[in-house]
Design a protein around this ligand. Structure first.
Ligand code: FAD
Length: 663
């Protein structure tokens, strides 16, 4: 073809929804040559997913974007469940708080997908020159698995086509094809913030139709529930054959229902609605409309669902309260079943993430979270392997780590969804149902909020010998789980900071030295012996900081050392610690940000001096911990177990000066 060019890239990402953008974030942070394409002409502007769970927000904090969510989002610490009383009129039956002050400093929040996409886009731009190529569709895929073993090869060939403006806008809003739907998903300038608006202007630049052959080393398919990439690989989506259809509407309600600004459910004889208060006085309502059974050949005509119909349904259910709206920000008929792909990878080069490999009903508020957490998991692994920093063997941990969680997600949805769609009308049963809702929520909440990850043993997750799950030295720092956040005091400065913000998602593994009580002579000796070993005067043979290949253009070492001691702040000094834990840069000065103290200053109630207790670590003896770049614990041991820690790291990271290992 005349207008066809050929090019090479290390990583090609198909799809720029939450999952694709999160993958691109890692490429940007680790300096990897990558491209990201999306057939849509613009990013999502309004509507779509909105729920953000605690763990996602913790990860955002480590990426440096959580403050933006805090400014714009709605905190959902409180839920209310309404069901009919004796006279059939809905009354507030139960309340529930999702805040977990002892687990995470962040509460679950709600904010529109479009804003989240914007924040990640801005971060990608801050760290790289990667741009989403919009209005570009992937059309053919060839994969030569034979070349997998050669890390310099480009075994993937993808044909890309730039769409015309008309095609790109149809891809953005396929429903607009139908005349009856023209009003749907309308964009109102007043609803868009300035940076969203920039994106729209960008879209209007004239485009030239062309095709391009791209050769890639790695391909990550983040192309949503109808994933083109998954289909090319003949990977099916398996699961339930029942699709629920929901009317979803984002409105500014005019109502005297007292809990309209509280997350919750309302049930009466004619059904159940889910109420989700949002930013800017918006409220999202989910209204179950219909169930399509297996084997029905007739395609459900979604055009029968209109905002008018949703308004009528909501009025019926909220009776005797009044309900109306003037402003509708977005609405849709959302149809989805519970489905999962049996495998998330093809060879060691192609990975699928997000809705591309699991779909479920939107009401558990996890779609966007799970999708971003999938790509948060696979993104750094592919980035570090592509950069020549990590062994390719780590790539095989992606499927077992995330597939298991996707199965749990579907299990949660299977328990939760019927509570809406099969809600019986008898008033007497309803209070029991709201109790069941609370029970199901409690049963799955640690998983749903992302507080438990269940990552099994692998080259990236060391598990204690003898089969026990919990390391004796740090009872609550479990390899394969998240590092529980704590607020700490900086030794040099005295100010306080949360660990998840200190442990930046920048591609480095973090070696955390829990130095214990440095006032005790014997303990101080242990810490200095450790410093000696890390600096290369012992078994390690050469400084640990120079042992592994650097992250090119980003960091001299893929390791970052961080020390947290447990003596009272005023009884320790920055210079008490071995040099390697607080290195001097001839230009940038001492690394004051590396020595921290678990002590309560009195003026910050979150910095309570109980981090060691939270982590189950002895205040005198401390511990040694390795945290993976995605903030999950990789290895835990005593200060003396440097050999074992180095064996763990050797299994993951490429030695400096070594040729690339073969697969
Ligand atoms: P997506 O966000 O679907 O992104 C996939 C991207 O890939 C799209 O931008 C698409 O244009 C692009 N793409 C697809 N094929 C190609 C190709 N061949 N070439 C180039 N690009 C391609 N979740 C909730 O939690 N609550 C909700 O209320 C809710 N409502 C939703 C309503 C709608 C209409 C949709 C579509 C989704 C909704 N979701 C909801 C789901 C939520 O948006 C997803 O869970 C989340 O966006 C998944 O992110 P993702 O990046 O995996 O996929």
């Amino acid at each position: 073809e005349n207008n066809t060019s050929e090019s090479h890239t290390d990583v090609l990402i198909v799809g720029a929804g939450p999952s694709g953008l999160m993958t691109a974030y890692w490429m940007a942070r680790c300096g990897v040559r990558a491209r990201i394409i999306d057939k849509r002409g613009t990013k999502v502007m309004n509507g779509h997913a909105d729920g953000l769970r605690m763990r996602t927000l913790e990860l955002f904090d480590s990426m440096g974007i959580q403050h933006r969510v805090s400014h714009e989002g709605f905190v959902t610490a409180y839920a209310a469940f309404w069901a009919p009383g004796e006279d059939g009129i809905p009354i507030r039956q139960n309340t529930y708080t999702s805040a977990k002050i002892n687990e995470s400093p962040l509460n679950n929040m709600l904010l529109s997908q479009g804003r989240i996409e914007q924040f990640i886009l801005d971060s990608i731009q801050e760290h790289s020159d990667i741009q989403v190529e919009r209005g570009v569709i992937a059309e053919s895929l060839e994969y030569d698995e034979q070349q997998d073993g050669n890390l310099e090869a480009y075994p993937i060939t993808v044909k890309l086509r730039t769409l015309s403006d008309e095609e790109a806008s149809l891809a953005t809003d396929p429903e607009n094809k139908s005349k009856s739907q023209v009003a749907r998903n309308g964009l109102y300038r007043s609803n868009l913030t300035a940076d969203d608006w920039d994106d729209l202007i960008h879209r209007s630049k004239a485009r030239q139709a062309k095709t391009e052959i791209v050769k890639a080393k790695y391909l990550i398919g983040c192309d949503g529930a109808h994933s083109w990439t998954r289909k090319q690989l003949n990977i099916p989506l398996e699961g339930s054959s029942t699709d629920h259809i929901w009317g979803v509407i984002d409105i500014i309600p005019i109502t005297n229902f007292p809990d309209i600004r509280r997350l919750g459910t309302v049930t009466n004889a004619s059904g159940t609605i889910l109420v989700i208060p949002r930013e800017r006085n918006l409220v999202r309502l989910y209204v179950p409309v219909q169930v399509v059974e297996a084997g029905t050949t007739r395609r459900f005509d979604r055009s029968t669902i209109t905002p008018e119909m949703i308004r009528t349904r909501v009025r019926e259910i909220l009776t005797p309260y009044t309900f109306d709206f003037q402003i509708c920000d977005w609405w849709t008929a959302y149809q989805v079943g519970q489905r999962i792909a049996p495998t998330f990878t093809k060879g060691n080069r192609i990975f699928l993430a997000g809705d591309a490999v699991h779909t479920h009903s939107p009401k558990v508020g996890l779609g966007m979270n799970m999708s971003m957490q999938d790509s948060f998991n696979v993104g750094w692994k592919v980035a570090l392997v592509a950069a020549g920093v990590a062994h390719p063997s780590i790539l095989s941990t992606y499927h077992p780590e995330r597939h298991r969680l996707a199965e749990m997600l579907l299990d949660y949805d299977r328990h939760w969804s019927p509570l809406f769609t099969e809600m019986k009308s008898e008033a007497a049963e309803s209070p029991d149902k709201t109790q069941t809702m609370i029970k199901v929520t409690e049963l799955f909440e640690d998983f749903a909020d992302g507080l438990k990850a269940f990552y099994g043993a692998s080259s990236l997750v060391w598990k204690p010998e003898g089969g026990e799950e919990v390391p004796a030295v740090a009872r609550c720092l479990i390899p394969g789980e998240r590092f529980p956040p704590a607020k700490l005091r900086n030794q040099a400065e005295g100010g306080t900071h949360w660990t998840m913000r200190l442990m930046k998602s920048d591609g480095r593994f973090r070696v955390v030295i829990l130095a214990g009580d440095m006032r005790k002579y014997e303990q101080k000796q242990r810490v200095h012996t450790l410093g000696h070993l890390l600096a290369g005067h012992g078994a390690v043979n050469g400084s640990l900081m120079r042992r592994y290949a650097p992250i090119p253009g980003r960091f001299d070492s893929p390791l970052d050392l961080m020390t947290i001691h447990s003596a009272p702040w005023a009884q320790a000094e920055f210079f008490d610690f071995p040099d390697i834990l607080r290195p001097l840069d001839p230009v940038m000065g001492w690394a004051y940000g590396k020595i921290w103290c678990d002590d309560a200053p009195g003026w910050d109630r979150y910095c309570d001096g109980r981090a060691y207790e939270t982590w189950g670590v002895d205040r005198t003896r401390g511990a040694l911990v390795v945290i993976r770049p995605d903030q999950y614990i990789g290895w835990v041991g005593e200060l003396e177990n440097v050999d074992q820690m180095v064996r763990y790291l050797d299994g993951v990271l490429v030695r400096a000066g070594n040729a690339r290992p073969k697969l």
